[in-house]
Design a protein around this ligand. Structure first.
Ligand SMILES: CC(C)(COP(=O)(O)OP(=O)(O)OC[C@H]1O[C@@H](n2cnc3c(N)ncnc32)[C@H](O)[C@@H]1OP(=O)(O)O)[C@@H](O)C(=O)NCCC(=O)NCCS
Length: 167
């Protein structure tokens, strides 16, 4: 992504804009849009540590494939199992909503995230693109053909908090 387009993103995606976007997404989810989706956060006494969102995969007509839209852990708390727990917790919820397969598209240039998805058992099965500020960036699509593989021998930890409405 060219520097000028990246800087535009940084300038426009202020914390306030992001907070409004998430508040809207949480309110819409609690109103049933999307019908089968989930937003989870990880938190401790100091506040939010990370978040994950998931819903029906774009263009999936079968109703059986879901995708993770966002997954983020605070930089200072990475490498402590939080991202893996969020992904597993979201997968557990999505499986409960009837999905059987999971897809995640990640920027091909995002090598740390690709290493993370590979460590979580994902298979790089396809390629795609995402339009960022008019630039088409390559995506690698990771799949879990059986979403329950992520949750085998794992239970949702008590510190994972679900929000269906803003506080
Ligand atoms: C990707 C991200 C969510 C991972 O979260 P995390 O809390 O650091 O990951 P975890 O500590 O739970 O790691 C889970 C597994 O992935 C592995 N892993 C995580 N980051 C890795 C890296 N950079 N390189 C290699 N392996 C990695 C861990 O070693 C661990 O494997 P193990 O279970 O075999 O020990 C986090 O780095 C992040 O928020 N990145 C920025 C946002 C982003 O890129 N999101 C994905 C967009 S699609």
């Amino acid at each position: 992504m060219p520097d000028v387009a990246f800087q535009k993103r940084v300038d426009e995606w202020t914390p306030e804009v992001s907070a409004r976007g998430w508040a809207r997404a949480i309110a819409e989810l609690s109103d049933g849009n999307p019908e089968r989706g989930v937003i989870l956060v990880a938190e401790d006494d100091g506040g939010l540590l990370g978040l994950v969102s998931g819903s029906a995969a774009e263009g999936d007509l079968s109703g059986t494939t879901c995708e993770i839209g966002a997954l983020y852990v605070l930089p200072r708390r990475r490498g402590q199992g939080i991202g893996g727990s969020l992904l597993r917790a979201a997968s557990s919820h999505l499986a409960g909503l009837g999905y059987t397969e999971l897809h995640i598209g990640v920027l091909s240039a995002n090598r740390p995230a690709r290493a993370f998805y590979e460590a979580m058992g994902g298979h790089a099965k396809g390629q795609g693109t995402i339009d960022e500020e008019g630039y088409l960036l390559p995506l690698t699509i990771y799949t879990w053909a059986d979403i329950t593989d992520l949750n085998r021998d794992w239970t949702v930890p008590p510190w994972t908090a679900e929000r269906t409405r803003p506080n």
